[in-house]
Design a protein around this ligand. Structure first.
Ligand code: PMP
Ligand code: GLN
Length: 382
């Protein structure tokens, strides 16, 4: 039988994260590729989930999410960004940040729409846009500082531009947005109906005392934005796949129409646990410092290697150049060091549509100190 199926994503294969993690497992390499912590998540949060199950929170919660959790998020956003977000109408709990992004794009995009995307970008964005029949319009971040050229953004806007996608702190580069970036963006979208999708899954993983520039801070941006977050990133449990989206009521009511026929509602006991755990701001306010310690520890060890770091101000990641070591392309280089030296990394070219290769690779430093030490000692031998 021929199924006659025509791929909706003919150019897409297996993601680099799956490929590099499989290679790392095969060679028993230390996996600094795919972004996930190898240390434990908070014990108290685990106990709270357990308690919620025993307390009988094992059936569906409402499609928009467990109300006390939405209320806790609303409080958090008010205290951090001075943004008043209605828990009834403006917040939906989702199975992860990736799903929130996909749902927001699916809610809005129609065939023929254009979406401005900054490259390099997280790997799900482009397939998500293409699946909805829309067209990604690329703006390359400047190399090697990975900043946005807002003049270029202005020039790429057409009557078909439906959305602009942002991500800060940024995967894969570890750069962050500054107040002037948001001001420029606000000036560009003023008097247009362009929407914003802001991926802020690393909101608390920001270093060097830099304040996170959430689009929620700016009313003119907030009124046109879907803002996506991840509890997996927040509390070191990426496998939980739980997150949320914040958007103004008009946008959120459409988002919920898509969500209710796709996921309907997310894991209940985790939501009950998070509603309690989120009450204490110290559970997230100290994360930036903690992760900065890991960045600095790894960077200190890497000083005696032939890898050269690019600055990282946030996320799980730091980019390193390897031009003092090899002229191989970044994919080959990552595969070889996994096989021969037992450390996996992610080649940055895969985050570009046209595989732009600057000879830069991404290491994830969200690991135990001992893991970073062993990885660095292997990398020093290269
Ligand atoms: N956006 C970016 C930039 C990410 O790195 C991730 C992490 N995978 C996500 C979104 C999605 O997070 P989640 O695992 O909650 O889907
Ligand atoms: N966000 C993680 C990364 O960039 C990976 C998530 C995934 O495997 N899809 O490494």
């Amino acid at each position: 039988m021929t199924t006659g199926i025509q791929s909706k994503l003919p150019e897409v294969g297996t993601t680099i994260f799956t490929t590099m993690s499989a290679l790392a497992n095969e060679h028993k390499a230390i996996n600094l590729g795919q972004g996930f912590p190898d240390y434990d998540m908070p014990e108290e949060l685990m106990s709270l989930v357990n308690k919620a199950m025993h307390d009988g929170f094992n059936q569906y919660v409402p499609t928009q999410g467990y109300l006390p959790l939405r209320e806790a998020i609303s409080q958090k956003v008010l205290s951090l960004y001075n943004a008043s977000v209605n828990p009834d109408t403006d917040i939906t709990i989702t199975p992860g940040g990736t799903y929130a992004i996909y749902t927001a794009l699916t809610t809005v995009l129609k065939p023929g729409d254009e979406v401005i995307v900054f490259q390099p970008c997280y790997d799900s964005y482009i397939p998500n846009i293409v699946l909805n029949g829309a067209t990604p319009v690329f703006v390359d971040l400047s190399f090697p500082d990975y900043r946005i050229d807002w003049e270029e953004v202005k020039n790429k806007i057409t009557p078909r531009t439906r959305m602009i996608m942002l991500n800060s702190p940024h995967n894969p580069t570890g750069t962050v947005l500054y107040p002037e970036d948001l001001q420029q963006l606000a000036a560009i979208v003023q008097d247009t109906s362009i929407l914003i999708l802001s991926d802020e899954v690393y909101e608390h993983l920001i270093f060097d005392e830099i304040p996170h520039q959430s689009v929620l801070r700016i009313p003119e941006l907030r009124e046109r934005s879907f803002v996506c977050f991840s509890f997996g990133k927040l509390y070191h449990c990426t496998g939980w796949k739980l997150g949320y989206c914040i958007a103004p009521a008009e946008l959120m009511s459409e988002f919920r129409k898509v969500h209710q026929f796709n996921c309907f509602s997310c894991h209940s006991p985790s939501q009950v646990a998070l509603a309690a755990y989120l009450q204490d701001p110290s559970t997230y306010n100290s994360l930036g410092k903690m992760m900065q310690g890991k960045r600095d520890h790894f960077a200190g060890l890497m000083q005696s290697s032939r890898f050269d770091p690019l600055p990282s101000h946030g996320s799980y990641f730091q980019l390193y150049r390897y031009n003092r070591i090899s002229e191989e392309n970044d994919v080959e280089f990552c595969k070889r060091i996994t096989r021969e030296y037992g450390v996996a990394a992610i080649p940055v070219s895969v985050f570009y549509q046209q595989s732009t290769d600057h000879g830069v690779i991404r290491f994830c430093f969200a690991k135990r100190e001992t893991t970073l030490e062993e990885a660095a000692s292997r990398l020093q031998r290269i």
